[in-house]
Design a binder for this molecule. Sequence first.
Ligand SMILES: [Fe+2]
Ligand SMILES: [Fe+2]
Length: 291
Amino acid sequence: MADSKVIAMDMPQVRRPEFGLENNFSKYYADGNPFLSHLVNSLHVVFPEGEKLFIRAVKFFQDQVQDPHLKARIKGFIGQETVHMMQHERIWDTLESQGIKVREFDEWYTKSAYEEGIEGAIRKIFGEETYKRLALAVTCGLEHYTATLAEVALDPDLNVLKGFDDRMIALLEWHAAEEIEHKAVAFDVMQAVDGSPITKTAGLLLATWTLIYYGAAGTVKFMMEDEQVKITDLPRIVAEKTPLLAKAVFFMVPKVLQYLMPGFHPNDTENSRLAVEYFQNNKQYFEKKAG
Ligand SMILES: [Fe+2]
Ligand SMILES: [Fe+2]
């Protein structure tokens, strides 16, 4: 059933783009707004550790997948997430040089969410098998979020990246397009090994909580530690971007809830057009790389 829906964006391609982002973007690259810049900075940290989890989770079940086509898509998925991770981490030195303590946040976040934190506790309490199934379900939930966020980033009507540094737009749009390109891979693995709606729902709930909690924690930390942001300016800085964030949230909520519908498949969400258009219009980032 799912196969008939797998159309244009069937096979994730591993690309190694060059955005020239190191050491040359301003501290408030998000339309000059510290709040929005720090929110995206938080995602620059939250994403790479999340992507390590996605790779772990899919690898747990890789050997149980029989379909050679799905096996090839898993390889593409792992390749793409590895490059995403590296591209986000590449700008950490610049962020540190701007006084943003991304590594300190990463250390806390890793301990709290993974290792001996939530992931470790789930492993201890529920045992190895349930832990692995939950890790995959959380991955699928977060992949649904990243594909939905990708739609937000690429939709010209929403225009959420308006006023961002051009190179930062290039990084975020490329990541977004590849999230749409591989949005169904982890889900198809989950369907192949565990079709339980309970695991799927638990995965989305945990994904929702962790994304909001850690995304917010990084934003608050970076804002509070930013000496250039005066407390008295805070209401204005936040209010300036509240309508944009509200628009994005209203756009996302029904799409996220769709995930809970019985029989839902990621390819039911028609956002592939945005990714196809992105790759057609941005070949300059991918064509001249020699590997
Ligand atoms: Fe990613
Ligand atoms: Fe992804």
